[in-house]
Design a protein around this ligand. Structure first.
Ligand SMILES: Nc1ncnc2c1ncn2[C@@H]1O[C@H](COP(=O)(O)OP(=O)(O)OP(=O)(O)O)[C@@H](O)[C@H]1O
Ligand SMILES: [Mg+2]
Length: 347
């Protein structure tokens, strides 16, 4: 096991994360949800750029489609949309950016067929769109629109970062998949991502309450007198429980209902792959959450070749170790998702 004590420092509450306590869209109360058509939304994201989010999002979507599932792949990376390149197709009819800018009202008009059976695509921004320019209401609108599409799965590739809009897009998913690499910088950014994500979620749970009780308690525990006691996300839950047992229990249940897992990509040594389990343990300790570890994908020349030649890995290099690892991660994710199937439809 690795000594990840240095991570402890990162988990402490930092004042700047107070930004996540800005009002969250009401419709994003993050209770496990499914659409009336049974579409499961999977969000692929994380705190760091260039780690393999688009590679994994596109290949997970392709693997699902190979299994006969009807899949919609959505390029929600507004800063650097490139899923079409991973699939080796042109940019498509329209772009998600025009939906988010309100230029297009029907998301269905942006869906393009791909050469792959069962897989359709919504391309990302044609010109990069600053995620900060997307209004909260548009994120809610996107979620509402995605629940109306008739697919088994919608897989979202979300750009790197911790801005509120990105976190809200990630929280749209029934399953959130965080991409990591063994680099300390990626791990550091992903811990920040997780911390901001849970804070964002706490805020959206609070905003979804009409009586404002939880918001009032949050204000109290972040007041100067109390804030010394609040160092981690788990501390917030504990302090809320001390103030009001039922609110604390509800918060714990809602937080636990977020299904988040991680894939360790670009591993080069056995120890790299083993880091996933250590990180999982650290998350349980500091966030009080179970972050599932789906497995590792090794660093392989075949991967760069598949991207360079625009020939998707799981289709054209299906016997490669990387393709088999991604399919192994998919299997674990499906098992995990099946175990925690939502019991209610909540939109
Ligand atoms: N397992 C791997 N082995 C070798 N190369 C890899 C592997 N995973 C990713 N790469 C390389 O890293 C590049 C970046 O991957 P990708 O575009 O999926 O990252 P990203 O996280 O989506 O980046 P961004 O944050 O910019 O959207 C790919 O073009 C690919 O060449
Ligand atoms: Mg990407």
């Amino acid at each position: 096991m690795f000594n990840l004590n240095w991570i402890r420092k990162l988990i402490f509450w930092e004042r700047d994360y107070g930004a996540q306590l800005a009002p969250a869209p009401m419709a994003l109360r993050p209770v496990r949800a499914t659409s009336p058509y049974g579409t499961s939304i999977w969000s692929v994201g994380g705190g760091k750029g260039g780690v393999g989010k688009s590679l994994v999002a596109s290949n997970l979507a392709l693997s699902l489609s190979k299994q006969g599932k009807k899949v919609l792949l959505v390029d929600a990376d507004l800063g650097a949309a490139n899923l079409h390149t991973f699939l080796g197709v042109e940019g498509g009819k329209g772009a998600l950016s025009s939906f988010l800018k309100d230029e297009i009202s029907d998301i269905g008009s942006l869906i393009s067929k791909t050469p792959f059976p069962n897989l359709d695509l919504i391309s990302g921004a044609k010109d990069s769109l600053d995620v900060a320019d997307v209004r909260n209401a548009q994120v809610t609108r996107l979620r509402e629109a995605l629940k109306k599409v008739e697919y088994d799965y919608a897989v979202l590739d979300i750009g790197p970062g911790t801005s509120s809009n990105l976190l809200d897009m990630f929280l749209m998913g029934n399953e959130g998949i965080i991409l990591s690499t063994p680099e300390p910088t990626t791990i550091e950014n992903n811990y920040r991502f997780l911390k901001c994500l849970f804070l964002r979620k706490i805020k959206s749970i609070a905003d979804s309450q009409e009586d404002g009780l939880l918001n009032g308690m949050l204000q109290k525990i972040f007041s100067d007198k109390w804030s010394q006691r609040v160092k981690t996300v788990a501390d917030i839950v504990e302090q809320i429980s001390m103030l009001d047992f039922d609110q604390g229990r509800m918060l714990k249940e809602d937080l636990a209902a977020t299904s988040i897992s991680m894939i360790m990509n670009q591993t080069k040594r056995n120890e790299d792959a083993e880091m996933g389990d250590s990180i999982r343990k650290a998350c349980t300790d500091y966030f009080g959450m179970d972050i599932g570890y789906l497995g590792s994908v090794g660093y392989e020349e075949t991967v760069s070749e598949s991207v360079r030649l625009r020939r998707p890995l799981v289709m054209h290099y299906s016997a490669s170790r990387a393709a088999r690892s991604i399919e192994g991660c998919l299997e674990k994710l499906m098992n995990r998702a099946n175990k925690t199937q939502p019991v209610t439809i909540q939109f």
